[in-house]
Write a protein that binds this ligand. Structure first.
Ligand code: ADP
Ligand code: ZN
Ligand code: ZN
Length: 749
């Protein structure tokens, strides 16, 4: 018997350089391959799951080489191409490979001795499918709220604990790490079934109906029951199933306009039996629609031809199309072609634009081929998508294949193996850059690399390209396709600039709103149209100002002025979150002569409700959208015209498509122009052009009103003229003179 010694290089999700060498116990000599996870001891007594990167026979230099403790996977959990991207990222963004791995892998795939685990509160206690060891683990966890995996191992004296935990996590009996903070609750639906007594005995059922019917007090209940039977029968014949008396409660309520309390009477009498049914988190969407149903307009068709022609020679094309020009329809056509070729497609969006709006639009054509991946998803959803992207064939039984992934920047890190096309929508958006923690990557740039690794094509789209991207177009590195008109002869909005200095002189300012803007809002509301107001500061008032010593309270950590938040009555630091209670007197000189200066979104909201008491006003900023659903709800209410005016920060500018917005106001353009950043002008242009783009997207022509102290500012002139190219030429010259990107690279140390 041969007794060769094999070693392997293991990548651990730790901020340490390189990989670590371990010895392979000889019984596993030919069992390990790239990408499978193994358990290894690390440091004094810690256990980690690491990825096998390479198996070799070169003895390492150090004297003591530890053995691999266990093998977790039979098949690789990452793809070769994915790993190539990780390597590039770690080199380009100067971080450790382990940090990229830590960012990429959902925590359920990173189990380690230090991982916290707990019993899933939703676990029903059914242990019939568990192995003996799994039962032991489940048992020990049932006594405690949460434990480290290492503690579990100690408590029950099992060495090879991680594979057991892995299996329990897969069975959704145990929760690992991140979900503990956000415990997973299964999604359920209420169903009603007919009591077996009646379901199995038609005679009894008819007698019951007669009884109910013959009594004035229970007549309604007979109606309800008949409705129930009708829906149940219909569902069964539709699905060609044998009769079963089972109906979704909401269907019954909707179909028969039946109230909850009426159903409850039948439940109380035990005629209907309620039942909670767990539904898949990854709901299935079937779609009978096809991308071939879309007829591109002739400018769209031209742009599409331009893209395809240029992609023959180039890997990347920029689709520069004004807001509302129908870029999405072009993406859909391109995606469709790639999918027909059997390729995977990645559609990247800024996190905030990842709303039901775009998801629904794509699902309309691609149904359950489209999967969504973003950081707000729970661990199980992420692992499920991960696995389906990695190995669609393992999921043959399921309908969802996820050939198309829609995601925010982290979707770049999924285990693709066969990408044909990457779309980077809203290419200019600064949220593509991850600032903290490492890897501090730019998703757009990584996408270019990822496409190269897969020999895939990449299409970037926006109404306001970043200077970097447009520079690449000018250099001939990227191709260019343009759409200069809105879809269906919709007009570009008219842009008006209001001079705040002049308005103040003429007493035509009501606090922060010019009379001109107020009049236009009033007119829009009178026509039952909607309004968006943009103010890039959140909070109620910018700062507290003391009239006697002229001091303003600042953050003790960051030295920036604190912002007043009315709803919490706190002064908060917008950099680090430091907060103090609202002082009654100046903290420095104790004068009571203090005043609020400046204004934020909260203040705007309040002023608006004074001016337009009959209008429904909503505020959208970081503070009002902290909860998972708040953002979606705000958007939905605005979409369905439950709200008339939406006042908010940057968030209101992002790629949303509303039909009835006729007035967009930018309350203070100078804030944007005075940002301490070399990209300030570029960003100011982008933000103003994007927020303007929300105006007048369908029948309703739009007006944009920009208030400023400096109407002569060149960036404003470019915005008014819808002249991206002029802005670009002006800015790119400056960047070159001052040695800024894209001519030089900047690095912060
Ligand atoms: P953009 O993404 O360029 O801002 P959208 O893709 O949102 O623009 O298109 C603007 C509107 O025009 C959308 O409501 C879209 O449904 C509609 N639209 C665009 N192209 C077509 C088309 N070929 N057929 C039907 N509707 C279209
Ligand atoms: Zn003072
Ligand atoms: Zn601070």
């Amino acid at each position: 018997m041969e007794r060769e010694t094999f070693f392997c290089e293991i990548l651990l999700p730790l901020p340490l350089p390189g990989t670590f060498t371990y010895k392979i116990p000889c019984e596993w000599n030919h069992k390990l391959q790239f990408g499978v996870r193994v358990v290894v001891p690390f440091g004094r007594s810690k256990l980690y799951s690491g990825l096998v990167i390479r198996v070799h026979q070169t003895p390492p230099r150090q004297l003591v080489v530890k053995y691999i403790v266990d093998i977790i996977d039979e098949y690789p959990v990452i793809s070769e191409q994915q790993f190539q991207l990780w390597e590039w990222m770690s080199q380009y963004y100067l971080c450790h490979l382990g940090e990229v791995m830590a960012a990429a892998l959902p925590s359920a795939l990173k189990l380690a001795g230090e991982t916290k685990v707990m019993l899933n509160p939703a676990f029903d206690g059914d242990i019939t499918s568990l192995t003996e060891k799994e039962v032991k683990v489940a048992e020990i966890l049932s006594y405690r709220t949460a434990m480290l995996i290492a503690e579990v191992a100690k408590a029950i004296d099992i060495q090879k604990i991680i594979p057991i935990i892995k299996s329990l996590v897969e069975k959704e009996i145990v929760l690992a790490d991140e979900e503990i903070k956000d415990p997973y609750k299964p999604k359920t639906e209420s169903w009603l079934t007919l009591n077996r007594l009646y379901a199995d005995d038609e005679q009894a059922l008819y007698t019951l109906i007669d009884q109910l019917n013959n009594n004035k007090r229970t007549e309604k209940q007979a109606d309800t029951l008949l409705q129930f039977l009708m829906i149940a029968k219909k569902a069964c014949s539709d699905n060609k199933e044998a009769a079963s008396y089972k109906v979704k409660k909401s269907d019954l309520m909707k179909a028969g306009k039946i109230s909850d309390s009426r159903i409850k009477r039948l439940v109380d009498k035990q005629i209907l039996v309620p039942e909670q049914q767990i539904i898949s988190r990854l709901a299935a969407y079937t779609s009978e629609h096809n991308a071939s149903e879309i007829t591109l307009s002739s400018p769209q068709q031209k742009a599409m031809d331009q893209i395809e022609k240029q992609l023959e020679a180039k890997n990347c094309v920029l689709l520069h199309g004004v807001t509302g020009s129908g870029k999405t329809e072009i993406y859909i056509k391109l995606i469709n072609k790639a999918l027909e070729d059997g390729k995977q497609v990645l559609y990247l969006l800024p996190e905030i634009a990842l709303t039901t709006q775009i998801v629904n639009r794509l699902r309309y054509y691609f149904g359950d081929k489209a999967g969504v991946y973003h950081s707000r998803f729970n661990e199980y959803e992420r692992v499920e998508i991960w696995n389906r992207v990695l190995n669609p064939d393992l999921f043959d039984r399921h309908a969802n294949k996820y050939q198309l992934i829609l995601g925010a920047r982290s979707a770049l890190l999924l285990p693709y193996h066969n990408l044909g096309l990457i779309i980077v929508d809203e290419e200019h958006d600064s949220s593509y850059k991850q600032t903290d923690p490492a890897p501090r990557y730019h998703a757009r740039d990584c996408a270019v690399m990822l496409a190269q690794i897969h020999q895939a094509k990449i299409v970037m789209g926006t109404a306001t390209p970043s200077l970097e991207t447009y520079y690449n177009v000018e250099r001939g590195k990227y191709g260019l396709a343009t759409l200069t008109q809105r879809y269906a002869a919709c007009q570009m909005p008219e842009i008006w600039v209001v001079n705040i200095v002049e308005s103040l002189k003429q007493k035509a300012m009501d606090e922060y709103l010019s009379q001109f803007l107020i009049d236009h809002i009033a007119a829009a509301l009178a026509r039952k149209e909607q309004v968006i107001l943009f103010q890039n500061r959140r909070g109620y008032s910018l700062r507290l100002f003391c009239h006697s010593c002229h001091e303003m309270p600042t953050c003790i950590h960051c030295d920036v002025t604190l912002t007043y938040h009315k709803s919490s009555n706190l002064l908060k630091c917008h950099y680090c979150g430091y907060a103090i209670a609202m002082p009654r007197e100046c903290p420095v000189c104790h004068s009571h002569d203090i005043e609020m200066k400046g204004f934020g979104t909260e203040k705007v909201e309040q002023k608006l409700s004074e001016l337009f008491p009959q209008a429904v006003i909503a505020r959208m900023d970081l503070d009002s959208t902290r909860s998972k659903t708040a953002y979606q709800n705000l958007i939905q209410d605005f979409e369905t015209h439950k709200t008339d005016i939406l006042a908010g920060t940057q968030m209101v500018t992002k790629g949303l498509d509303f039909d009835r917005v006729s007035v967009v106001g930018i309350l203070n353009a100078d804030n944007l122009l005075s940002y301490p950043d070399f990209r300030a002008f570029e960003r100011a242009y982008q933000v103003m052009a994007q927020v303007s783009g929300r105006a007048g997207r369908k029948e309703v022509p739009g007006k944009v009103i920009i208030q400023t102290y400096r109407p002569e500012h060149e960036v404003l002139q470019y915005v008014v003229a819808h002249d991206f190219l002029a802005m670009y030429r002006h800015q790119i010259r400056e960047r070159e003179q001052l040695h800024y990107p894209p001519f030089r690279c900047l690095i912060r140390l």
